[in-house]
Design a protein around this ligand. Structure first.
Ligand code: UTP
Length: 289
């Protein structure tokens, strides 16, 4: 029997240097993809997978994230008074229930491993999800729900992966698999940003995980790794010595919204995907081209 996954850690404390200068003033994960901030989509994805508690790892100047998921009586009251019930429903869709959000300051962006470690007291002794919000995943069955389903099947630790061209592997965390059997495969290793030509596969760690709490003591001892940062991958490699890890090749499309062109592409794709805007969006894009 696997323990249910109820909590998710969303690390958003990075500097967002790839999307400067806008990330100076606006938290990168509040940048918009068409008419919603990136975080709105990933929180919705996680709620659809049964996640009940959201632990945001934040840095200075990110109070707007808290405000976004809170109610706003002024806006809601104005919409109600004007009878704009459809917009009101859209606004209320993102309001999280009381007690379901926590915010922890990372204080310094020491790396993803350090960010996840900051959640240790709130996670306690249960399995949990890690969601990298800038990897926006569009899928018929939401990516996190696919991940939870894989976890319920095989237990242990799950890492969502996807393939990239061989020439790109040096930019990512890469997994090694024990043969490939459908979408869920036993993992034998991982490496963070391997030198070109040395990657064990072309499957990258793409931003959704389910981890066991035994990762925390390993993160506590974890030194700096690739790029001088405390890497989550390095502690997962340690945990793999005593626990099972499976890779899940999820079904869907990922947009890297931490990258300017990735964010632009997501904006176009999500506009085209909205029936009420698709024709106007297509016409605007055609006009530009
Ligand atoms: P990224 O490397 O994509 O984000 O980390 P970044 O560091 O903000 O971006 P660049 O490379 O400078 O443009 C993946 C996720 O982990 C978070 C980031 O906010 C992002 O959501 N993160 C990273 C932290 O919360 N703390 C860290 O110390 C590092």
């Amino acid at each position: 029997m696997t323990k249910r996954v109820r909590k998710a850690v969303l690390p958003v404390a990075g500097l967002g240097t790839r999307v400067l200068p806008v990330a100076r003033a606006t938290p990168k994960n509040l940048l918009n993809v068409f008419d919603r901030p990136i975080l709105s989509y990933v929180v919705e994805e996680a709620r659809a997978a049964g996640i009940e508690h959201f632990i945001f790892i934040t840095s200075r100047g990110q109070g707007a994230i808290e405000d976004y998921f809170d109610g706003n009586p002024e806006i809601e009251g104005a919409l109600e008074a004007k009878g704009k019930t459809d917009v009101l429903a859209e606004v209320r869709r993102d309001i999280l229930p009381p007690g379901s959000m926590s915010f922890i300051r990372q204080m310094a962006p020491l790396g993803l491993g350090h960010a996840v470690w900051c959640a240790r007291e709130l996670i306690g002794d249960e399995p949990f999800a890690v969601i990298l919000p800038d990897m926006l995943m569009a899928a018929k069955t939401p990516a996190m729900a696919q991940t939870v389903a894989a976890y319920e099947k095989v237990g242990g630790n799950i890492v969502v992966v996807e393939s990239v061209p061989d020439s790109e592997t040096h930019k990512y965390g890469i997994v090694a698999l024990d043969g490939q059997d459908g979408r869920i495969s036993k993992m034998t290793g991982m490496v963070e940003k391997p030198a070109q030509g040395t990657a064990p596969s072309n499957l990258i760690i793409s931003g959704r995980y389910i981890l066991q709490p035994e990762i925390f003591p390993l993160l506590e001892r974890q030194g700096k790794g690739a790029g001088g940062e405390i890497q989550l991958t390095d502690s997962m490699i340690e945990l793999m010595k005593s626990q099972d890890f499976h890779a899940l090749e999820y079904e869907g499309t990922t947009y890297d919204c931490g990258d300017k062109i990735g964010l632009l592409k997501a904006n176009i794709a999500f506009a085209l995907d909205r029936p009420e805007f698709a024709d106007a969006a297509r016409a605007a894009i055609k006009d530009l081209l």
